[in-house]
Design a protein around this ligand. Sequence first.
Ligand SMILES: CC(C)(COP(=O)(O)OP(=O)(O)OC[C@H]1O[C@@H](n2cnc3c(N)ncnc32)[C@H](O)[C@@H]1OP(=O)(O)O)[C@@H](O)C(=O)NCCC(=O)NCCS
Length: 144
Amino acid sequence: MTDITPFQPSDYEEAIALWQRTEGVTLRSADSCEAVLQYLKRNPGSSFVAREQDTLVAAVLGGHDGRRGYLHHLAVAPTHRGRGIGRALAERVLTALGTQGIHKCHLMVRADNADALAFWAHIGWAQRADLVIMSRTDPIAANA
Ligand SMILES: CC(C)(COP(=O)(O)OP(=O)(O)OC[C@H]1O[C@@H](n2cnc3c(N)ncnc32)[C@H](O)[C@@H]1OP(=O)(O)O)[C@@H](O)C(=O)NCCC(=O)NCCS
């Protein structure tokens, strides 16, 4: 049985281990333990993990800026893919954001991650052709 529960600080070590071994998840200093715990504190109840027999098998971060939602780092362990866990975690994020009045959510996918793009399209997310992401990094915060 798969248990989906809100992401707790105690889930961090297993989640980062999963993200580190998952192709398609790019980690930065914003994924340090301190940074993720700060993210969870700022966005309570909208990030989730899935466990089977106490082992973390999937994780996702979700939050919002007061206007739009953002979903990050959805990853399911290869041994547990194709069983609806990825869809269920994404839906949990959207439901949690919806209860907070946030009804539109964005996510970023590497352009070369064809599998993820196909997955998101399959579960109802629209790929935007009308937008380009632009970023600027504080020069003193390398790898942010
Ligand atoms: C993408 C990922 C999260 C999907 O998780 P998953 O648990 O295997 O997906 P689910 O079982 O919930 O699939 C839900 C639906 O999407 C479909 N789907 C899953 N992967 C797909 C793919 N690569 N292409 C097309 N459809 C896909 C499933 O067939 C299923 O369809 P159905 O409900 O109509 O039967 C998982 O493959 C993963 O962790 N990939 C590596 C990390 C990554 O790239 N994450 C995205 C970062 S943006």
